[in-house]
Design a protein around this ligand. Structure first.
Ligand code: FMN
Ligand code: 173
Length: 379
């Protein structure tokens, strides 16, 4: 099902009047998704769009946002609304960043550099995946300091160390350690059609093209095979001291979904990124927005909390911030923008969402992000 299927006929007018859709005329992220999908081949589209198994968590991320009801306040002077916030001391135009995703080269020739320029230009922040198609240093330059680095810990600790050092040297402001993927979830379309990275792309931060080619004799998704060969599955809470010793950067644990793990994260001095990996890992895991309140309670203000999963509307951003997130991050939405128009596509995506968020604040009677709290959400 595509997102347009959900759009009420007559709501956008485009179905009935057959207006040409373009980045300039797109009025929401769903329309950019249509453009982005159309620009991709089957291999890339299935990689971007798929969730694990039956896609229950993938859908729940969106549905649970839509289900929450707002309690707006009236007769507040909203002639000026300030959407700014800070993440780890970095000022953002609004609480919206870009989540890490592998292989931006599948979407656009300028790959991660286009995403980085867009995020920087919009006063946002980009999280660069370990599995980017562009070396860290080049993205760091394009991001003008507005980037975090996402780490997959590799079985090869020396290689992990060298990746962390390159991220630091390239100006990353945080290390986002992904903890929900000791193995990749089973995205069945990629198994069926044997997802493979096209020969012109590689993962220069962690391996050579020759290493990538070696997995191409295996069965099933080449990605899952490649990933299984590289990533450390033994790492536990006890090993976090090792990671801490490798870097001065703040550490964010990405993939936390429970109060229990939130307590552990805070005790280890790590910030928390609530995520189920866009429904791509453990299917039927709790949706991100449903997990957020218990995580926020458990962290009890000791560390910063972020969220990703299903964010496509300004009201989604509003709800996540009201329930305790300092910022939200866009996974697929940024990829659709990138596929639809490179840097300009990601810029347009961020601009539309920033504007929606500002309007949602105003219509809720909120002048500053600091005024967003749980009283905004119907219990
Ligand atoms: C195509 C794709 C690739 C991804 N690659 C990574 C990755 O390399 N590292 C990571 O931590 N998360 C990765 N993710 C997960 C995202 O960071 C994020 O958690 C998720 O996409 C958020 O959900 P959303 O797509 O609904 O916004 C990926 C997601 C997608 C869709
Ligand atoms: O596809 C993913 O979700 C993902 O996180 C990933 C990252 C690098 C290689 C393979 C998968």
């Amino acid at each position: 099902m595509t997102t347009t299927d959900r759009t009420t006929p007559g709501q956008t007018g485009r179905d009935t009047h057959a207006e040409a859709l373009s980045l300039d005329t797109a009025v929401n992220l769903a329309e950019i998704e249509v453009l982005g999908r159309a620009a991709l081949d089957r291999n890339a589209l299935e990689y971007y769009a798929s969730g694990a198994n039956d896609g229950h968590t993938l859908r729940a991320n969106r549905d649970d946002f839509a289900r929450l009801r707002l309690r707006p306040r009236m007769l507040v002077d909203v002639s000026s609304v300030d959407t700014r916030t800070e993440v780890l001391g970095l000022e953002l135009h609004s609480p919206i960043g870009v989540a890490p995703s592998a292989f931006h080269g599948l979407a656009h020739e300028q790959a991660e550099k286009a995403t980085a320029r867009a995020a920087a230009g919009m006063g946002s922040v980009m999280t660069l995946s370990t599995f980017s198609n562009t070396p860290i240093a080049e993205v760091g330059e394009a991001a003008s300091g507005r980037f975090w680095f996402q780490l997959y810990l590799l079985s090869d600790r020396e290689l992990s160390r060298s990746v962390i050092q390159r991220a630091e040297a390239s100006g990353a402001r945080a290390l986002v350690f992904t903890v929900d993927a000791p193995y990749l979830g089973r995205r069945e379309p990629n198994e069926r059609h044997r997802f493979a990275l096209p020969p012109h792309l590689s993962a220069p931060n962690v391996s050579t093209r020759a290493e990538l080619a070696q997995v191409e004799t295996d069965t099933g998704s080449q990605l899952a095979n490649y990933f299984a060969n590289l990533v450390d599955k033994t790492f536990t809470w006890n090993d976090l001291d090792w990671l801490r010793a490798q870097t001065k950067l703040p550490i964010v644990l990405k993939g936390i979904l429970t109060a229990e793990d939130a307590v552990l994260a805070a005790e280890h001095g790590c910030h928390i990124w609530v995520s189920n990996h866009g429904g791509r890992q453990l299917d039927t895991a709790v949706s991100s927005i449903e997990a957020l309140p218990e995580v926020a309670d458990a962290a009890a203000g000791r560390v910063e909390i972020y969220l990703d999963g299903g964010v496509t509307r300004g009201t989604d951003v509003l709800k996540a911030v009201a329930l305790g997130a300092k910022a939200v991050f866009l996974g697929r939405a940024a990829l659709w923008g990138l596929a639809a128009g490179g840097e300009g596509g990601v810029r347009r995506t961020l601009e539309l969402l920033q504007n929606e968020f500002r309007l949602a604040m105003a219509l809720s009677g909120k002048q500053t992000v600091g005024q967003l709290g749980r009283d905004l959400i119907k219990r």
